[in-house]
Ligand binder design. Structure first.
Ligand code: BTN
Length: 244
């Protein structure tokens, strides 16, 4: 089961980096959990602030028989976190494309997928999960992020939350859907839970193209395809998205 092999570290640069260094000698479904990360990072190499009190962990997948495509594992974890926060903690999360979890429009969780190549083929997938739980948030993100303790009004036991997440991941998703014929259902579930749907009218603030308005034509984990108001097709892989 996911987390049967659990490595708990007081402090590490990054749990994703730890797995990148040791993936060859660790069994599949190993969980590396750090109480503190000194160089936690997110998508596009952004800094991920990871002090004591948050839940920072990474999971190694190198299955022999199951599909090894990073975005399926990312989608599984966003669905897992969505469901656990909703059902067990009675919160009202949304999955913001591609895999952020927001509550009251503020980010509580980020997920980062990476793979390591072995020759020409992927050797493993690493899913890194960062959840603001009991930690304080630095000034610069306090407008856009929130910690679970401030939503539920009390501190949450980190080990219990970690176990709940990995239990649900394993029993409700990994065993059920990670088979060649069933895996596409993960994408359907993710699309059903996303805050944006094909056909939605959206506003996206991009770094290079300014603010775009248009209709969503396709949704992939690494880009959104939009037909803008001039009829042009734009593929966007980043940007602040608002559904109008
Ligand atoms: C993002 O929203 O950009 C993804 C953030 C992912 C952060 C987690 S914390 C555990 C793991 N170790 C890291 O260095 N990053 C991920």
């Amino acid at each position: 089961m996911i987390g049967d092999n659990l490595i708990l570290l007081d402090k590490v640069d990054s749990t994703n980096n730890y797995i990148k260094k040791h993936w060859n000698e660790l069994p599949s479904e190993t969980v590396v959990w750090a109480l503190e990360q000194t160089e936690g990072y997110g998508r596009k190499n952004s800094r991920w602030y990871s002090p004591l009190g948050g839940l920072w962990f990474s999971v190694l997948f190198k299955p022999r028989k199951r599909p090894l495509i990073p975005y399926y594992y990312l989608r599984m974890y966003s669905l897992v976190i969505y469901n656990v926060l909703k059902k067990k903690y009675k919160l009202n999360p949304v999955i913001k494309w591609p895999n952020d979890i927001l509550i009251n429009s503020k980010k509580v969780c980020g997920i980062l997928g990476e793979s390591v190549y072995n020759g020409g083929s992927p050797g493993c997938v690493i899913v890194g999960v960062g959840i603001n739980v009991n930690n304080e948030l630095p000034e610069e993100v306090s407008n856009s992020s929130i910690a679970l303790k401030d939503l539920v009004g009390k501190e949450i036991a980190l080990r219990k939350l970690l176990n709940e997440l990995n239990h649900v991941a394993y029993h409700s998703y990994y065993l059920k859907y990670f088979k060649p014929k069933a895996i596409s259902a993960i994408t359907k579930l993710w699309l059903n839970h996303l805050n944006v749907k094909i056909g939605d009218r959206v506003q996206v603030s991009t770094e290079n193209d300014g603010t775009l308005y248009g209709k969503v034509n396709d949704i992939q984990s690494d880009y959104l395809e939009i037909i803008d108001d001039n009829g042009e097709i734009k593929k966007l892989n980043s940007g602040e998205l608002i559904v109008l």
